[in-house]
Design a protein around this ligand. Structure first.
Ligand code: GLU
Length: 531
């Protein structure tokens, strides 16, 4: 019997051969890292740091680009499941290079759009270079790629709101949190002086609701520790990358806060806050959260943590419970894009949150998080390029949450390998033929699956229909001019199958069709099918 270790060794040998182009019986570490990077595993990924240390030690010993022998490679694969998964194209986006090229195309198209104006209610935002544009992607397997100004910091502004809501949920649970904040879209502007019929903020994604989340987080603690908690959470979400704080933005926000104070007093008048809430402290805490800074490169990892149900894809740390993330994404979907939330949910069909700095966090559950930044805003306060990028993205890829209902045949599904996709369609067609599912057969043929395709054993739809006495299907296939006598791996034709299973009508139909075809009368063949 073959042991699993032997199988693993074979797999390692095959992968080694793929990488060892020059047949030198060794792989250069640079080439190895380059190959990993092309699958989206970058050299600052915490999961490959041990491997990089091995390379560094080798480099110091030999003073040149280190190489890996076949046995060392074997050992690396045993120690690090991620590397094997990436090299065997088993990460969530198997062809990551192809996917990135498509996204880059969308990025370049979107870059041309210079509509909109930067926010100017505080000088720190008014002074930002409006031409900045950055997009970063991180999948739930930690595959990453960035375009544009992805390392330039910007302040979170309203994109801090979902995380504050998550923190409140983690601490107090859904029931207690929603005693203080609703979960309906407000239908009004993000800072509108309006509360719901119970005198509560409509939801945690608008200003009043975000201030409410702030009043709930770690409320027994002092203000410094409460802020530490939020910024440490962002750090953990970003894969243990530090976030910074823009004090000038904070001071400006505090100085121009009349509307937010008015909202807070309104909520206090309605007894919306928990008892003994200090209003000024709560507002200052909210402005501090808005003034946290990071870049798309790191924020995409935070978005991917939400896509991955609360577990960071790079560090493996569980940051939020999956139920917390589910609640948060539900509200991002219905309320995350200011007065464009309904339209965004309709067109894009994905949870997102934007902010007046031009930030946009987009989550594709179980697949990836995307962070976008471009400071020019539209009338409702969303980043113009951010929204355009999202539109183009779902036009090209089957990412809208309901694309699965429509078959999304014209869109790319990067989740699966293309040949895997075709193989599964072939299997579907064969299954449909054996069950006599005509609708499915028409649908798959419309998708371009040839009725002449065969499975691994050479079994075609005609074989299966002949075995299972699916007269209608056989008629249809003959009418479509399929090969009448394909042989499976045991040498059987559909006629052999019909004879073996005593399906007389089909046997007669096939015999007649074969005879007509032999005589070269193709049009009579259609007549058989119509019989
Ligand atoms: N600091 C801003 C405010 O509360 C947040 C604006 C936003 O990004 O929506 O007015």
């Amino acid at each position: 019997m073959i042991s699993t270790t032997q199988i693993d060794n074979h797999a390692a040998d095959s992968l080694f051969r793929i990488l060892d182009h020059g047949k030198k019986k060794s792989i250069e570490s640079d080439k190895f890292l380059d190959k990993l990077a092309r699958t989206g595993i970058l050299s600052d990924d915490p999961r490959i740091q041990e491997l990089l240390n091995i390379f560094r030690v080798k480099e110091q010993e030999k003073r040149k680009s280190p190489t890996i022998s076949s046995s060392e490679f074997n050992e690396i694969l045993k120690q690090n499941a991620l590397i094997k998964k990436s090299l065997t194209e088993n990460l969530v986006i198997p062809d990551f290079e192809f996917f990135c090229k498509e996204v880059e195309d969308i990025f370049q198209e979107t870059l041309k759009n210079t509509d909109g104006k930067v926010a100017d209610y505080i000088p720190q935002l008014a002074r930002v270079n409006p031409d900045h544009f950055a997009v970063s992607i991180c999948t739930v397997d930690g595959q990453r790629f960035s375009f544009g100004d992805s390392k330039v910091n910007f302040c979170l502004q309203s994109s801090c709101k979902p995380i504050n809501y998550c923190l409140a949920l983690e601490e107090l649970g859904e029931y207690k949190v929603h005693c203080h904040v609703g979960r309906e879209p407000s239908g009004q502007s993000f800072n509108e002086l309006a509360l719901n019929s119970k005198g509560l903020p409509h939801n945690p994604m608008i200003n009043a609701g975000a201030m409410m989340s702030c009043s709930l987080i770690d409320r027994e603690n002092n203000t410094a520790d409460r802020f530490d908690k939020v910024s440490k959470t962002w750090q953990a979400l970003c894969g243990d990358k530090p976030v910074s704080f823009n004090n000038a933005v904070y001071l400006s926000e505090r100085q121009t806060a009349d509307r937010n104070f008015a909202l807070a007093y309104f909520m206090r008048e309605k007894n919306a806050f928990p008892e003994k809430t200090n209003l000024t402290e709560t507002l200052e805490f909210y402005f501090q959260c808005c003034s946290i800074e990071s870049c798309t490169n790191d924020l995409s990892v935070a978005a991917a943590t939400l896509a991955n149900a609360g577990t960071n894809p790079l560090t493996g740390k569980g940051i939020f419970k999956s139920s917390t993330v589910q609640n948060c994404l539900s509200l991002m979907l219905s309320c995350g894009m200011y007065d464009f939330s309904g339209e965004f949910a309709f067109k894009i069909g994905l949870p997102a949150k934007s902010g007046v700095s031009g930030a946009l966090m987009l989550v594709i559950p179980n697949l990836m998080g995307i962070s976008i930044w471009s400071p020019r805003l539209d009338q409702v306060g969303n980043t113009v390029r951010g929204v355009e990028f999202c539109k183009r993205l779902v036009e090209r890829f089957s990412f809208h949450q309901y694309d699965s209902l429509t078959g999304h045949c014209k869109k790319i599904n990067p989740r699966r390998k293309q040949n895997e996709l075709m193989a599964s369609k072939v299997m579907e067609l064969i299954r449909a033929a054996s069950f006599g599912d005509m609708d499915e057969i028409y649908r798959l043929q419309a998708e371009g699956v040839s009725p002449n395709t065969a499975d691994y054993d050479g079994r075609t739809p005609l074989h299966l229909a002949a075995c299972e006495n699916q007269v209608e299907v056989v008629k249809h296939l003959i009418g479509n001019g399929v090969h009448l006598s394909p042989k499976d791996r045991w040498g059987n034709t559909p006629l052999n199958d019909a004879t073996r299973f005593k399906n007389k009508e089909i046997k007669a139909m096939l015999e007649q069709a074969i005879k007509i075809k032999r005589n070269g009368k193709a049009n009579v063949l259609a007549a058989v099918a119509n019989n």
